[in-house]
Design a binder for this molecule. Sequence first.
Ligand code: DQA
Length: 146
Amino acid sequence: MILVLNGPNLNLLGRREPEIYGSTTLEELEELCAAWGAELGLGVVCRQSNFEGQLIEWVQQAAEEGFQAIVLNPGALTHYSIALLDAIRGQRLPVVEVHLSNLHAREAYRQHSVTAAAAKGIISGFGPLSYKMALVYLAEQLEAGR
Ligand code: DQA
């Protein structure tokens, strides 16, 4: 079972700067993740919060809740949340960081990810397909028992 977490402002997907983040709504993105998970034989649970503390608690509790891995789009917290970085480091599940937009093609302050240092890797710039790629990677890893 995979936990897909979306951070601040991602509840506004589809309406928020669609030229950057696309027209897919959060609800549609979550449906896509569930469908991709089903194709890959993975259960997927999606959650979104605008609150750093809530995301930290979900990350902290994920293993205890029975999840095997986390796909995380921390939104703007990516760029400054040492607390979220510490939460990822403080637990044992693999975390794949994803972004809809290509951080490296954006403002200088978005080009560094603080949280990625604790992630397995980062997939950025492919819109909703960034999430699919993360699920494909995790399915392969879990299948291989890693
Ligand atoms: C984002 C990129 C962040 O810089 C931004 O603050 C977001 C979305 C993305 O998915 O492209 O909220 O994480």
